[in-house]
Design a binder for this molecule. Structure first.
Ligand SMILES: [Zn+2]
Ligand SMILES: [Zn+2]
Length: 342
């Protein structure tokens, strides 16, 4: 099979072709696994973190990609959930132990043996991949393969972060950063909390305008003060300034949910501007979102079909993965980038 492989960690500024196109043997599914013929794979900011070493894969070479849509091509001897030809999606969660207290309570995203697709195990920047059968999800018919791919990460993690807000209908929600995940969360919030107002903070005027088109009641720059206090703010940025600036907009008891796997260090010094009475006093809290559990993916796909959420996508060929990554890094175009695998 063809695959775009990461052999070594690099800075994208110095090396704009971190992935190499190689020919590899088709993977063989284990007993409880399925072999998936990949048709689409979303390109995620996390891949930049992997390539540049902020979340380094534990072994190299590795095939990145954790927003995978494809069809079951083979099943392991003991795999019986999916049939050959079924369309399935695979997200960030590749496997977990299945027996610890987190796994038993449906929070397997917190399992100490959590393994991530395209990091701990080979992912979807390839023609084929294998996955444990319980970690592949049926895709609702309303979505094309390319539309479904970006839902599997940004959508599912956005769904989890919205869940962690514990919002009640009518309470104000804020979003700081307005990329792929932000625009999905805005649509989800509008459906699930029809009486809540959504306030968006984003650096780019284009993103602010886009958020208003999608139903935000107000959009301002990262450091602006919102016209009303907010019960919860979801931060989807890779940096620190939005974290500090968001806290001042929370109401007493409000919660900031940081939806980022790692933060960049460029503006870490901004944290020194944290002022206890302004930013944290009155029982404000900060919570991170770690990975996704299976139910986040399953429930989100159903919700997305119901709304329906159809992400704007920009397609690339598998061989153009490097270009997609560089464009993602330099943030030129809105919408989700997806590799189409022929
Ligand atoms: Zn992702
Ligand atoms: Zn576990």
């Amino acid at each position: 099979m063809k695959a775009m492989v990461l052999n070594q960690l690099v800075s994208l500024q110095q090396d704009q072709t971190p992935l190499k196109l190689v020919e590899l043997p088709d993977p063989v599914p284990g007993e409880n696994e399925i072999l998936v013929k990949v048709s689409a794979c979303g390109v995620c900011h996390t891949e930049l973190d992997e390539i540049e070493g902020r979340t380094p894969p534990p072994h190299l070479p590795v095939i990145l990609g954790h927003q995978v849509v494809g069809r079951v091509a083979r099943t392991g001897n003991r795999a019986s959930t999916h049939r050959i030809g079924d369309r399935v999606g695979i997200g960030w969660i590749y496997s977990s132990c299945g027996t610890c207290r987190y796994c038993r309570s449906g929070d397997e995203n917190l399992c100490s043996e959590f393994r991530a697709t395209g990091q701990d195990a080979d992912g979807g920047y390839a023609e084929y991949m294998t996955v444990p059968e319980d970690f592949a999800f049926p895709i609702p018919d309303v979505f094309s393969d390319v539309e479904a791919a970006p839902l599997l990460c940004a959508g599912a993690i956005g769904y989890r972060s919205l869940r962690l807000c514990n919002l009640e209908d009518g309470q104000n929600l804020g979003l700081t950063g307005f990329g792929a995940s932000g625009h999905l969360v805005l649509k989800m919030a509008g459906h699930r909390y029809p009486n809540s107002k959504v306030f968006v903070f984003a650096r780019s005027p284009k993103e602010r305008a886009f958020s208003m088109e999608l139903g935000a009641v107000w959009a301002g720059d990262t450091a602006e003060e919102s016209p009303e206090k907010l019960a919860c703010i979801i931060d989807t940025t890779p940096v620190w300034k939005p974290v500090v600036e968001a806290l001042k907009n929370l109401e007493p008891g409000g919660r900031l949910v940081i939806n980022a796997i790692r933060k960049e260090e460029v503006d870490q010094a901004y944290l020194l501007q944290l002022d206890y009475p302004t930013h944290l006093w009155m029982e404000k809290e900060i919570k991170s979102v770690a990975n996704v559990a299976r139910r986040d993916i399953g429930e989100f796909l159903e919700l997305a079909a119901e709304i329906p959420i159809k992400p704007e996508v920009q397609e690339f060929r598998l061989e153009e993965a490097n270009q997609a990554l560089v464009e993602l890094k330099t943030q030129k175009i809105r919408g989700a980038k997806v590799l189409r695998v022929e």
